[in-house]
Design a protein around this ligand. Structure first.
Ligand code: ATP
Length: 282
């Protein structure tokens, strides 16, 4: 059984087609990344699955629960980490968690127990009684993530969880996300950082202009192009060619040695695959 099944989802905002028929499935316990440029439709997909926006058409299921026919049941199964930090800055971390837990119908006792466990898990225990206003950006993101986990959702939606954070904090969050997955939670993550999808995701879907272009494991997406890339810098711009082996790449590169172009050999990356399949840069 799939943890998430999305069938032909469309969304129109007036004349704008934000989603043009997106379908995908996520296996239980796996991490699925929607990778695409700004405006591709990533947030719209998450907002529809979390019951914040109605789709124009299409169907979605969480473990066979029809998300649009049984919205309350579906909402309890999902945790959402939104792109913007919507915590109450004037309240403490514990108070923010309490309010969220009460909204999900948890008892005060259960909220206190679960908060303690999650604060320890996210290395935030000492900040429990601090106002959110006094926390750094990375800490606020961690509070946002544990808040989404309070009611023990089976599926966690992370909308651009590391946007605007420095590389150290980003890596710390990646560790936290991996640990959440290891505990059995299925994760759908959106990002426009290719290395984030490459590091975290079991499967990646490239999404552009409301369409899902291609979906596979990061390794298989890269493998469709080859193993080695040769970049040739010419007056008219950069040209890249892909090869199955270093030997093939080298013999191709050698044909340029007597000319003025700069030629580099390197391994094929997920960015190459994205540019190749979508025809544009993230
Ligand atoms: P980003 O990385 O910027 O969040 P995204 O891939 O998440 O991009 P969406 O936010 O899903 O993209 O937006 C998809 C398209 O739908 C965009 O063209 C956006 O301007 C449009 N859109 C999103 N929400 C609304 C809305 N409430 N009303 C009108 N248009 C909208």
């Amino acid at each position: 059984m799939d943890a998430v099944r999305v069938e032909n989802l469309t969304k129109r905002y007036g004349r704008l087609e934000a989603l043009r028929g997106i379908s995908f499935r996520i296996a239980p316990g796996s991490l699925f990344a929607l990778l695409g440029p700004n405006g591709a439709g990533k947030t719209t997909t998450i907002r529809i699955l979390c019951g914040l926006t109605r789709p124009t058409s299409g169907r979605a299921f969480f473990y066979e629960v029809d998300v649009f026919a049984s919205p309350v049941k579906a909402k309890k199964m999902a945790g959402l980490v939104p792109q913007t930090i919507n915590l109450d800055m004037e309240l403490t971390v514990a108070e923010n968690l309490l309010i969220h837990g009460l909204l999900f119908g948890l008892s005060r006792k259960e909220i206190a127990r679960r908060s303690q466990e999650l604060l320890r898990f996210a290395d935030l225990l000492e900040r429990k009684n601090h106002r959110v206003r006094t926390l750094s950006g990375g800490m606020r993101r961690r509070v946002l993530i544990i808040r989404a986990l309070l009611h023990r959702p089976r599926i966690l939606f992370l909308d651009e969880p590391t946007v605007g954070l420095d590389p150290h904090i980003r890596r710390k969050l990646w560790g936290l996300i991996k640990m959440i997955q290891q505990q059995g939670t299925t994760i759908l993550l959106t990002t426009h950082y290719i290395e984030e999808a490459e590091f975290l995701a079991d499967r990646v879907a490239f999404i552009d202009e409301g369409r899902l272009i291609i979906e596979d494991t990061p390794g298989a997406l890269i493998g469709r192009l080859g193993e080695f890339a040769v970049d040739i810098v010419r007056e008219k711009g950069l040209e890249t060619k892909y090869f199955r082996s270093r030997k093939e790449a080298e013999s191709f590169a050698l044909t340029f040695t007597k000319r003025a172009e700069t030629v580099t050999i390197r391994r094929v990356s997920l960015e190459d695959a994205f540019v190749h399949f979508t025809g544009r840069k993230v």
